[in-house]
Design a protein around this ligand. Structure first.
Ligand code: V47
Length: 381
């Protein structure tokens, strides 16, 4: 039975979009812009929550994982980044393969299912370092998924080895790579990219690298950096480019909107997104990305409490335990460095949902049952 809230929604200005969401129909660019430009947070939430329920049910995913940032030295100087150090900078570092192996072995003993590896574009690292890095992790943790190197890093690794993207991805896969993270997408808008990250791999190539990975059987994630200078239509166009590629390949696992953290960046004068913007961005993503199953609310960016609330605004994944995070913390994130799995369970049960521990490829590791034996509450809609 329809809730009174939903009945009211279908009589007002959202009538057409709400009916399309209810029927599982695709939204247009214009409808996306109407949503992205709206301040009607609760209407967006109600529609995104229904889309989430129709598309992927009441399970909420989390993962036990370890983040490794193998180097902070980067030849690019992106305006939104507080993590990178230019070559020769006294605070630059490179993790040795021995150091990485030690971290992975220690974390493997705690039951992690994923190692997530990203870093800067360090001209001192040869092609073979990246292949050996993956081999080292695979040897140290044979059963754990390796999610490593975003599309921009793949472009860089290929150029270090003077190899094609296809060859590079093939060799990384052979070494043990399971999937690519979604970073480096930023916003696809060419004018914003020229301003924020002019040296970075362009949007077209970012999409092409993901398409190539999908063609080789390597699934990937996608992201968008929001809350800086982008407009409502730039957000929508970014999401539609991802939706279009997903139509063709089906290779994206999850979409993660990344909230801009301004501290210690050249854009420190910007305020960064507020709680309302986090929720609106997640809802918009769920509504436009009708061919993505998983929309991730990365708790590191917004705190676990708001990430929990976002489960009613379209999200169905909270990411993971993380253990050590640098990119957002160097840019002022106030969240802890890690989160025990018990925190996810508590927060998902309290949201009335079913916690499911997953691996990188969304294979179920364990499904949890409510401690009091009561089933999660049915959601209205
Ligand atoms: O590409 C950099 C972003 C990305 C800042 O695939 C910033 O599951 C906010 O991609 N404020 C790297 N964001 C991290 C990333 C990621 C994270 C978690 C999960 C997954 C996944 C991928 O972080 C960069 C850039 O877009 N970033 N600086 C900043 N100051």
């Amino acid at each position: 039975m329809e809730s009174p809230l939903w009945q009211r929604l279908k009589k007002g200005p959202w009538k057409k979009i709400a009916s399309k969401v209810e029927r599982g129909e695709r939204l247009t660019r214009e409808e996306g812009i109407q949503l992205a430009a709206s301040d009607d947070l609760l209407a967006l939430g109600l529609m995104a929550d229904l889309a989430r329920r129709l598309r992927c049910g009441d399970e909420v995913y989390f993962i036990r994982n370890l983040h490794i940032n193998y180097t902070n030295i980067c030849k690019n100087s992106c305006l939104f980044c507080a993590f990178g150090r230019s070559p020769g900078h006294p605070q630059g570092y490179i993790l040795s393969l021995e150091e990485i192996e030690g971290r992975v072995r220690r974390a493997a003993q705690t039951g992690i299912r994923e190692v997530h590896i990203v870093g800067g574009l360090n001209p001192d690292l040869p092609y073979v370092y990246f292949i050996d890095l993956v081999r080292t992790v695979r040897k140290a943790a044979p059963d754990i998924c390796i999610q490593a190197f975003d599309a921009v890093e793949i472009d860089f690794i290929a150029s270090q080895g003077k190899k094609s993207i296809e060859e590079t991805l093939g060799e990384l896969k052979e070494a043990g790579l399971d999937s690519l993270p979604g970073g480096g997408a930023e916003v696809f808008s060419p004018s914003l990219r020229r301003l924020l990250c002019p040296q970075k791999t362009g949007a077209e190539k970012w999409l092409k690298i993901h398409e190539t990975a999908h063609g080789l059987g390597i699934p990937t994630n996608a992201t968008m950096l929001y809350g800086h200078l982008e407009t409502a239509s730039e957000r929508v166009d970014h999401l539609l480019a991802l939706r279009d590629l997903q139509d063709r390949t089906g290779g994206f696992l999850a979409f993660i909107p990344l909230a801009f953290h301004p501290q210690n960046t050249p854009l420190a004068h910007l305020p960064g997104p507020t709680g309302v913007e986090h929720l609106k961005m997640l809802a918009l993503s769920r509504l436009l990305l009708d061919n993505f199953r998983h929309i991730k609310a990365f708790w590191i960016m917004m705190g676990l409490n708001l990430a929990q609330i976002s489960l009613h605004f379209g999200a169905n994944d909270l990411d993971g335990t993380v253990l050590e995070e640098k990119i957002f913390h160097e840019a002022g994130a106030q969240t802890p460095q890690w989160q025990p799995a018990e925190s996810f369970l508590h927060c998902i049960f309290k949201a009335g949902r079913i916690p499911v521990e997953r691996d990188t490829l969304y294979r179920e590791v364990r499904r949890y049952h409510h401690p009091e034996g009561s089933s999660p509450c049915p959601c209205s809609g």
